[in-house]
Design a protein around this ligand. Sequence first.
Ligand code: ITT
Length: 201
Amino acid sequence: MLLKERSKLILATRNPHKVIEIKSILSNFNIDIVTLNDYPDVPEVVEDGATIEENALKKAKEVHRATGITSLADDTGLEVDHLNGQPGVFSSRFAGDSATYAMNNAKLLTLMNNVPWERRTACFRCVIAIAGEGLEYLMEGRCNGYILNETRGDHGFGYDPLFYVPEYAQTFSQMPASLKNQISHRGKALQKLKCFFENIA
Ligand code: ITT
């Protein structure tokens, strides 16, 4: 009997938090998932796109070109209404090129100081790009919430401790990872690609 070879997918990221979330969301599919940490020689992709769509596609294509493996990239931005959509595409570098998550959160808290609750609305927007031999997909997932005026919770990463989801009355950092993965921007974008993952699994 011929056994079908497991399909391989490379995650075009070195962000360990994203890797854990994406692997967990895709755990039901029979896919062999590797990451850029398994390919240390692949150069860092410069994220100089004007939009998160451009950056996601650039990361997916460059990593596919470098490794020959079907590649999945995630580019995410936090869009805060009161800040006209900032930090958006600059989310990872909000407080400077080598900013830590804590520095980005501190900058966000300062800019949102004294802003009333009803104007603290925000949206996490995640674009997943897939690039492979003759294939290219782009899918978006969104999650709406509010920016708190203090951090809450210990789970997750990035802006999670400031991002409050009213339906669950907690921040992404307060909820179990399984719940975040179910309702998050990343979870929703990946769910939209379910047919693709079923096909390659
Ligand atoms: P890669 O490009 O290597 O995937 P990155 O950390 O640079 O990793 P992004 O540019 O997509 O990733 O992310 C921008 C920032 O948005 C990221 O540094 C975090 O601060 C934040 N972020 C992304 N996803 C998040 C999430 O699910 N929860 C909280 N913050 C998130």
